[in-house]
Design a protein. Structure first.
Lengths: 339, 492
């Protein structure tokens, strides 16, 4: 654990109270990426309310800094995989918002031709491996992507996301064991949004510090302010670097918060309005960047408004596209079952 | 008092073995626990320990003797002070035929008073592993039940094999190993992963020699962690590798079911055709012998129900080799159901380079005109055995080996039933929603007008597998049941 402690210290220093500043271009890119997620998810929520999106729909609002910060530290050849709160991961991996939204509406131009829906979407081209509906399943699958990376020696790292609720699944620990045993290049990213559906961390977890969940397997871990995109990027950068150097897996606990319910059908009565309001006012990941950009003086309100408008247009176009696109041809029922 | 030392079983499926060497000579004093001999099978070598103290009075089986049936006396240990030469030499039992042994098992056990005295009861020696340790309890091989074996080195009847092919006799175990080795030589993306597949050489020795040829990068021992390594292998397959995942038995695949179904089978569909999962899950399936309910289940029907999977269950070495090679090359997840009882059975495999058998094609294992038997895997033993029985009374049964359960070659079944008008489905699995139920439905839908009798099913009984030998035998199908079912559909 000596080596692990060292990295923890380095990453901790890098990502600690004074998270290293992003340069203005990076701040703007992060702002734009997070805003796209926020507006996209708000639109998805509206469309769900209108009946255009069916089934389960899990929104990422409040957690934007996590996936955006990790993406900023990754390479295009690194794989991303997560569970069902996945729209943001797809947008951040560069998947087309129109086709993501069209999948949500179950239309033929969706990434899965309308056959996967909100929880099951993939893009081999963008190295996004889903989009999985089963809690905990992304952990071993993500380690398997890392197994392939190590097998090929291609230097890629698997960025494997799951929630703190999933972190109580047995298969996660089976995966931790193999990942460390075989030194797989995988960063496990626990998005701790404090509620596994309606069950708070305190009510579900004997060890609530998820960064310590790898200790039994000698996997170094770090707890990160997941509302601060700078801290996320710094921690992810150190973890990815650790993996890329062949040191094995790394565990990041991203402390974050979802503003909406677990899914669209969850009224979130298990927490107070004040708790949500406090997070929004004091820790909002987008507002933090916006405030820094303005305070920095190098970015004007007008510039940000232009970005806001551009993002709104992308989302409006995606919504229009997804509303107008046709449903899949009935013949698609029988395709893609086997190759 | 003299005690016979019997040929021990190294594993519950062992029927016979070789006496490799004697470590003691006649006249030597032995103590309980002393290693007196070494025996071997194709799987392993083990030491025979003396179970009693005394003098090794007689060696009945010279070193180097092969094919010694389990429980044959191989030596006599005489008590202290007894004349070695006075020790009574037991008559070595001839190796009994399967039917004979079955007959014995059917007999009721002796009543208390009738039990033979201890002097006459041979003491079973302990077999202690040396070169190869006994497989762990999880993977322990089982003594074969009284189940029919096909004629040795049966030449497979299959359309894929040209008339002028030459053959090599091998066990299904060897055929499976060869298939994997050939595909690993051909494609660097193919690797094998599972419990005890590498250094241990396979719990059932199916992966024997693969570690030595391909190294630890491609022959990967896992912790005991089915859910985890199944999911991990699915991820590796998503990334373009071609894992062969060995489950020590499919009973343990239950722990991994979520990844087999939700991750492997469904992702191609859920991704609109983008993410395929080229993976083979293989291992012994179904009842072995005397391992009771949690280790004796046929999952054929479970997997065969799932769209997105292909399911294969070969009955002989030739099909096992040709189909496993095809499975490894297939771009889809394939469930490859082997059978422990069949691992050691010899049959002829054609000497054809790159011998591939197409997935989804049944074969007519035996032609006939009176009744169609449809079976797969070890069920073929009952079907072929019953066909032999019926032939004696002039009934010609046609026997179809499905080989692949999904996609099922319904056309082959229907073509045969149109000829015979009668159909019996044979499997070791449970009846409700079983493979036989599916066959009955398909035949009814596609050959109703040709049927002269309702389709009959011979299946494992609708109970968890019992442990007791007699109950286990009752729980499994039998040749007699297949014969009876055939007579029923023939109204004879």
């Amino acid at each position: 654990m000596a080596a692990a402690s060292k990295v923890e210290t380095e990453a901790g220093e890098a990502a600690g109270a004074a998270a290293p500043a992003l340069d203005p271009e990076q701040e703007l890119a992060a702002y734009r990426a997070m805003l796209l997620i926020r507006r996209f998810e708000e639109k998805a929520g509206q469309m769900y309310g209108m009946g255009l999106i069916g089934g389960f729909c899990h929104l990422y609002i409040g957690q934007e800094a996590v996936v955006v910060g990790v993406r900023m530290a990754a390479r295009d050849s690194d794989q991303f995989i997560t569970a069902y709160r996945d729209h943001a991961h797809m947008l951040t991996c560069g998947m087309d918002p129109k086709r993501v939204m069209a999948e949500l509406t179950g239309r033929r131009s969706g990434y899965s031709k309308g056959k996967g829906g909100s929880m099951h979407m993939f893009s081999r081209e963008k190295n996004f491996f889903g989009g999985h509906g089963v809690v905990g399943a992304p952990a071993p699958i993500g380690a398997g992507l890392a197994f392939a990376n190590r097998y090929r020696g291609d230097g890629s790292v698997s960025l494997t996301f799951f929630g703190e609720g999933a972190a109580n699944q047995g298969q996660v620990y089976e995966t931790f064991n193999m990942a460390e045993l075989w030194k797989l290049p995988v960063v496990f990213i626990v998005e701790n949004n404090r509620y596994a559906m309606g069950t708070s961390v305190e009510r579900s977890s004997a060890q609530t510090e998820f960064s310590k969940r790898g200790v039994a397997f000698n996997i170094p871990g770090l707890r990160v302010d997941g509302m601060d995109v700078r801290a996320v990027k710094a921690a992810a950068g150190a973890a990815i670097d650790w993996c890329r150097k062949g040191n094995g897996p790394y565990l990041l606990e991203m402390q974050t918060y979802r503003y909406r319910g677990h899914s669209m059908s969850d009224p979130a009565k298990y927490r107070s309005r004040e708790e949500v309001q406090k997070m929004r006012e004091e820790h909002d990941p987008i507002e933090q960047v916006r405030a820094r950009l303005i305070a920095d003086g190098r970015t004007s309100e007008d510039e940000l408004k232009k970005i806001d408008a551009a993002v709104r247009k992308i989302v409006a176009d995606a919504a229009d596209f997804a509303s107008e696109d046709r449903e899949p041809d009935p013949s698609e029922l029988w395709t893609d079952v086997v190759m | 008092m003299t005690v016979n030392v019997l040929m021990p079983a190294l594993s519950p499926t062992m029927e016979q073995g070789k006496l490799a060497k004697w470590l003691k000579s006649e006249g030597d004093h032995v103590k309980a626990g002393d290693v007196i001999a070494e025996i071997e099978t194709d799987k392993a070598t083990m030491e025979v320990e003396a179970a009693d103290e005394g003098v090794l009075a007689r060696i009945l089986t010279p070193a180097g003797t092969e094919n010694i049936a389990v429980n044959t006396p191989i030596a006599v240990i005489a008590g202290e002070g007894e004349e070695a030469s006075s020790a009574e030499v037991p008559a070595a039992p001839a190796v009994k035929g399967e039917e004979e042994r079955k007959g014995e098992k059917e007999r009721a056990p002796p009543a208390k008073g009738e039990e033979a005295s201890s002097a006459e009861v041979p003491a079973a020696p302990f077999a202690k592993g040396e070169e190869e340790r006994a497989p762990p309890a999880r993977g322990e091989e089982q003594r074969p039940p009284a189940r029919p074996a096909p004629a040795p080195a049966a030449r497979p009847v299959a359309p894929e094999i040209p008339a002028d092919a030459t053959f090599a006799s091998m066990t299904m175990r060897e055929a499976l190993r060869d298939a994997m080795a050939e595909e690993m030589r051909r494609d660097p993306n193919v690797f094998i992963i599972g419990e005890e597949v590498a250094e241990y050489q396979g719990a059932y020795k199916v992966t024997q020699g693969l570690l030595q040829e391909f190294g630890a990068r491609r022959v990967v021992d896992t912790p005991i962690t089915e859910h985890g390594f199944a999911g991990l292998s699915v991820g590796a397959a998503f990334a373009g590798l071609r894992p062969i995942v060995e489950f020590m038995t499919f009973n343990f695949a239950m722990q991994a079911m979520d990844h087999l179904i939700n991750s492997a089978a469904k992702t191609l569909y859920m991704s609109g055709g983008q993410i395929n999962c080229p993976i083979v899950f293989r291992g012994p399936n179904g009842a072995a012998a005397r391992v009771a309910a949690q280790h004796s289940q046929d999952y054929a029907a479970w997997f065969a129900q799932v769209p997105g999977l292909k399911v294969i269950a070969p009955s002989n070495a030739s099909d096992a080799k040709g189909l496993l090679k095809s499975a490894i090359r297939d771009p889809n997840p394939v469930i490859f159901l082997e059978n422990e009882i069949l691992y050691g059975r010899q049959s002829e495999v054609p000497n054809i380079e790159d011998f591939l058998i197409p997935i989804g094609k049944a074969r007519v294992a035996r032609e006939g005109k009176d009744v169609t038997f449809v079976s797969f895997s070890i069920g073929m033993s009952y079907a072929l055995g019953a066909a032999d029985e019926l032939a004696k009374e002039g009934v010609e049964a046609e026997v179809i080996d499905l080989r692949t359960l999904r996609p099922m070659d319904v056309a082959a079944i229907v073509a045969s039933v149109k000829k015979t008008g009668r159909c019996v489905a044979v499997e070791e699995g449970w009846p409700q929603c079983g493979i036989g139920a599916e066959i009955a439905a398909k035949v009814m839908a596609e050959a109703f007008d040709y049927l002269d009798a309702p389709v009959a099913r011979v299946t494992g009984k609708d109970v968890p597998m019992p442990y007791a030998a007699n109950l286990e035998k009752l729980a499994l199908p039998s040749i007699a049941e297949v014969v009876a079912a055939a007579r029923a559909v023939l109204y004879r």
